[in-house]
Every structure is written in C-alpha cells, then in structure tokens.
Design a protein around this ligand. Structure first.
Ligand SMILES: Cc1cc2nc3c(=O)[nH]c(=O)nc-3n(C[C@H](O)[C@H](O)[C@H](O)COP(=O)(O)OP(=O)(O)OC[C@H]3O[C@@H](n4cnc5c(N)ncnc54)[C@H](O)[C@@H]3O)c2cc1C
Length: 476
C-alpha cells in the first residue's frame, strides 16, 4: 500500500521537525520545499571568517520539551554545549546582569528605578493601590502595568516594546504580554531572581544549550537525519500556487527558471500564513484575505561587525531597551560557544528591528555599520579597534505584531484555512506565534503524530495539540 504524501512548505525548525518525525514514523513520503538555499529559517546559521553566526541571538532553552531535547542531544552528541547565561541589560545608564542576580540588583540597580519598583510593590499590598489603570479593554500596557508596576514598564518593557514591534504599548494586544513576557508579575520576577541563589536554583536556571557550530547546527542535524531517512528537499524554490481543490492536490513552484509541480495528498505549511493565503486554490474569499492584510510581521536587520580583536566583552548579549539607542540587542557569537578561534578576530551581531518601509531597510552596509558603532558609543561601550568589515542580513518576518484586535483577523484566516481538507499551517509563521525553536519543533512533531500510514489525519488530536501550542511562552 502507498504511503500518504506530504509536501512541507519551509525548512525552518517547524518544517524540519515534521519531516524528521514523519520519516522516523515511516508514515509518509515527504518532500520539503524551501525558498532559501539553506535550512533553519530564522534559526539557521552561516559562517564568516571561521566564526559561526546566527540570525540574531539564539539559545536553546532548558524549557525545551523533553522528547525534543532528547532528540537534539542524540543528534548533536558532544557538540551540544551546556553554557551559563552571561548577559546584561542597560537600564537608566547602568548595566544589570541578565538573567537577574540578587547581589547585582542590590548593588547596581539605578536608585530611581529601585525606589520606583519598591513603591510599586507597596502599592500592590494595599487595597486600591493596584497599578492597573484598567477601565476598558486590556492591552499589553495595562496587563504589564498591573503585573509589574509602572517603573519596570516605563524603564524597560514599554520602550523595548516600541523598539521590537514599532508600536505603542497601548496599541498592542494583551495576548502579547501573556505570550511574550515570561515574567509577567513582580512575584514571578522575584522567583526568577531567587532562582539565581545556589540551593534555590531549579535545574537549568541561568543556563542554555548551544551547539559548537552555531544555533543552526540543530536544524542542520535534523535536515541530515531527514535526508538519510528518505525525505526529499528542494531548495531555492519560489512557490507559485498551492492547489487543494478536490483529491488531486499539488504544489507548483519555480526553480532554476523552470515551473515545476509536485503531486501530494497533504500540504503542511510553515511559511507565513499571510503568504499561504495568497497562494491557495481554491481562492481564499476576499473578506478573509482582507483579514490577512491586517496581520503584520516586524522585520529585522542583522548587522555583523568584524573586529580586529580576540573578544569585545565577556558578555554573550547586551540588551538595550532605551529608544535613544537604535539597536535592541548586541551579541558576540564567540562567547556563545566559548570559542577562542580565530585568534585576533571577533564578530558582533547587532539586531535592528524595523519595518520594510523604513528608510533603514535599504541602507548600505556601511551606513548600518556606522549606525551600530554610534549606538554602541551612546551606550558607553564604543568600539576601540578596527572594524574590518560590515556584513548584513535581513529577516522579513522576525516577529509577529500583535496589535489590538489582531486575534480576530488571525482567527478568521486560521478558521478558513483549517476547513481546507489536507492543509495544515503551523510553526512560528504559520500560526503567527511568538515561539521559540523548541516550540516550532514540537509543532512539527505534533503534526506528524496526527497522521497514520494509511493517510488518516486525527483532526481531534490536532486540535488538542493546538490548545497546547497556545500555552507556549517565549523564553528570552
Ligand atoms: C532575533 C531572533 C532571536 C531569536 N532567539 C531565539 C532563541 O534564543 N531561542 C529560540 O529557541 N528561538 C529564538 N527565536 C525564534 C526562532 O527563530 C523561531 O522559533 C524559529 O525559527 C521558528 O521556526 P519555524 O520553522 O516555525 O519558522 P522559520 O524559522 O521562520 O522558518 C520558516 C521557513 O519557511 C521558509 N519560507 C518562507 N516563505 C517561503 C516560501 N514562500 N516558500 C518556501 N519557503 C518559505 C523560510 O525561508 C524558512 O526557512 C528567535 C527569533 C528571532 C527573530
């Protein structure tokens, strides 16, 4: 008997997780179509001057689903390092260790910030003192202000939100606060801080996993395992249509200037849900397409500065909430895998969230290099050596933007696509989710688990998985 055929769109962690799990179950014939020439999507890596670089700071968090972690460990073996986190946040011109540490907070917290936060805690203890300005509908701003108080919001979360999503906190949905901010209350922050004290430390706290050859080594390992198990990959594809009409389903794409079509029984899409909506046949109704038009992704430019020095700082990442500093985060990849090679060179990766309509999106590498150097000088960590080269990469879909009411637009689109037999959409771009790589892999595994070798898809089980996906909270 022929196995069901599955065409997976996108070779990021979600698509790779599904391909890997289907191949392991031997329940389907799998083809993956990817627009890039490499796997991993936003969680991929590339090499420059002998240094493995990610598309912005990426770590594998210990909160990873145990089965996914077991697989990653068995695929990467000794190449998966267990590393201490060592970052810092610039808060009111001072540096605070991130993750937060009790002693560091006690000694270095800016006085105005400490007094303000203490006042916020006191206000919460007394009736009527709640910070929730809260008449009307909940927003990102009202939820965080109620949970964390004014000071942390004013000095950290709100300016950071403006930078990350390009939108005022009051215009962002409350869902953004619930999904994106893992420490949503002062009590949770206190628990996290206490977790840094030896003895109170839960397993994995303040640590992360990181592959020797960059974060993308995880995706590369899934890709290799899937290929060995018989999965077919097509790279550099430009999708032209996804035909789900009747029983003869197919995906058409351009590759090397030629139009190609593959027949399939199922299409599992991990590409942006808004793009899928435009490619689909039967055509998505105009009203649903209009809903899709209201869903927007925040883009990001990654600016890599190649420096003539062994190490820029000892920190893996610096976080910049202040709006006066253009970049949101700076990471030093050599510090992620504790590499001392190559000698005499290091690379910095600056993250610059933006919209594709912003002038900055089309700026030259040189201009962007200058912008980053100016940002670092303004943050008090100027570059004091030669910048040998500036290299940039652009992520068109870095973060989904949860503006107020986005969920109604998403639900309309998701509901309509969910009614198309044989079609699934999942992964970060597919469910418009702020997820981590381990969540995307878990989604891929979950989809595969719902399909048996006779081609029966267990939709009820999939709905139960979808409910689990909604509980995923992003770890930073
Ligand atoms: C700056 C930044 C930092 C992050 N840090 C972390 C971190 O520390 N830890 C962590 O776990 N996660 C982190 N993440 C999240 C992580 O990158 C995602 O969870 C993960 O990449 C999601 O995988 P995915 O497969 O769902 O989506 P993607 O990685 O976006 O993959 C989608 C794939 O689909 C392909 N595609 C898109 N359109 C088409 C098309 N039309 N045709 C064919 N192919 C297409 C893309 O090229 C891509 O390969 C971070 C993300 C960003 C942006």
């Amino acid at each position: 008997m022929c196995k069901p055929r599955v065409a997976i769109l996108g070779a990021g962690p979600a698509g790779l997780g599904a391909a890997f799990q289907l191949a392991r179950q031997q329940s389907a014939e799998v083809t993956v179509l990817e627009q890039n020439s490499y796997v991993g999507g936003n969680a991929g890596s590339f090499e420059l001057n002998g240094i493995h670089l990610d598309y912005g700071s990426h770590r594998l968090h210990p909160a990873c689903d145990p089965e996914v972690l077991r697989d990653i460990r068995s695929l990467l073996k000794a190449d998966l390092l267990d590393r201490p986190r060592h970052g810092r946040i610039r808060l009111r011109r001072r540096w605070i260790h991130f993750p937060l540490k009790p002693l560091d907070l006690a000694l270095k917290l800016p006085p105005a910030f400490a007094i303000g936060t203490f006042g916020d805690i006191l206000r919460k203890q007394f009736p009527g003192g709640n910070d929730n300005s809260g008449c009307g509908k909940e927003t990102f701003a009202s939820v965080l202000q109620a949970g964390l108080g004014r000071t942390i919001c004013r000095d950290f979360y709100f300016p950071y939100a403006r930078k990350l999503w390009g939108t005022e906190p009051e215009s962002l949905s409350a869902i953004q606060a619930h999904r994106r901010v893992s420490a949503g209350s002062l009590a949770k922050i206190v628990r996290k801080v206490l977790a840094a004290i030896p003895g109170l430390k839960p397993e994995g706290s303040g640590r992360f996993f990181y592959p020797v050859k960059g974060f993308g080594q995880i995706s590369e390992a899934y890709y290799q395992a899937a290929v060995q198990a018989g999965v077919q990959f097509h790279f550099n594809t430009s999708l032209t249509s996804v035909n789900m009409q009747g029983a003869s389903r197919s995906v058409s794409f351009l590759q090397d200037g030629q139009e190609k079509t593959i027949e399939t029984d199922n299409v599992w899409s991990t590409i942006p849900i808004t793009v899928l909506a435009r490619l689909l046949m039967p055509s998505v109704p105009m009203k649903v397409l209009e809903a899709a038009e209201n869903l927007a992704y925040r883009s990001m430019i990654l600016v890599y500065l190649i420096l003539e020095q062994n190490q820029f700082t000892e920190y893996d990442a610096h976080y910049f909430p202040e709006t006066a500093i253009g970049i949101s985060r700076l990471s030093e990849p050599k510090n992620y895998n504790a590499s001392i090679q190559p000698e005499g060179k290091t690379i910095l990766c600056a993250e610059l969230p933006c919209s594709k309509d912003d002038d900055v999106w089309t700026q030259s590498d040189e201009e962007l290099g200058t912008l980053v150097c100016e940002s670092l000088a303004a943050a008090g960590i100027p570059i004091q050596t030669t910048v040998l080269e500036v290299v940039t990469r652009r992520l068109p879909q870095a973060y989904p933007i949860y503006t107020n009411g986005y969920d109604e637009y998403f639900d309309q689109l998701d509901k309509w696509l969910g009614g198309v037999d044989g079609l699934l959409t999942f992964g970060r771009q597919g469910v418009f989710a702020h997820d981590n790589t381990h969540h995307a892999l878990f989604m891929g595994y979950s989809a595969a688990r719902c399909l048996d070798e006779e081609g029966q898809f267990d939709s009820s089980q999939w709905q139960r998985y979808r409910e689990i996906f909604k509980t995923h909270v992003v770890e930073d």
